[in-house]
Design a binder for this molecule. Structure first.
Ligand SMILES: [Zn+2]
Length: 166
């Protein structure tokens, strides 16, 4: 049912395994970050080891955050494909839920953002800056409407493909 996701490097996983499988993400390398740093694109501040929505302290360094970096590179970490009769018939409702889930997550976590919502024929393709946002959008859709949900993870590149068919 998901043959086209059998791509090199991706394998099907149980979504609760994702936390254990996560490996190094080069976009989140913190080694060279000086605290505090402020992202000149979005204003997020790197403080106490994580990016936060706080006011930049006086004299903060300037450093682009991993989410803006991915957006600049057009290099998503999460890909959701949404398709099926339900998606077709409830398109706006589904897109609203996707955006609401992003808003909820992004409020706490500046690095969790949607990059794009695209229509490809009858499918919706949602790309995200963070694999865990893709996962939680998939969970939210499944929780709200059921349907079939699959996660395909690529540990080498830390990419997640989510397929929801309903
Ligand atoms: Zn940023």
């Amino acid at each position: 049912m998901s043959g086209k996701y059998q791509q090199a490097g991706f394998h099907l996983i149980r979504h609760d395994r994702l936390w254990q499988e996560e490996v190094h993400d080069s976009y989140k390398a913190k080694g060279k970050l000086v605290e505090p740093s402020v992202c000149p694109q979005c204003g997020a501040v790197f403080h106490k080891g994580r990016w936060q929505w706080i006011t930049a302290p006086e004299g903060a360094h300037s450093s682009i955050c991993p989410a803006c970096h991915r957006i600049h590179d057009h290099f998503p970490a999460g890909f959701l494909t949404l398709k099926g009769h339900f998606v077709h018939d409830h398109r706006d409702e589904v897109i609203n839920l996707v955006h609401n889930e992003e808003k909820r997550e992004r409020t706490e976590h500046p690095l969790k953002r949607i990059m794009a919502v695209e229509e490809k024929g009858d499918e919706l393709l949602v790309t995200t800056t963070d694999i865990h946002l893709a996962r939680s959008i998939g969970d939210a859709l499944h929780h709200a409407y059921q349907g079939d949900l699959e996660y395909h993870y690529n540990p080498e590149q830390n990419l997640l493909r989510v397929e929801w068919i309903h």
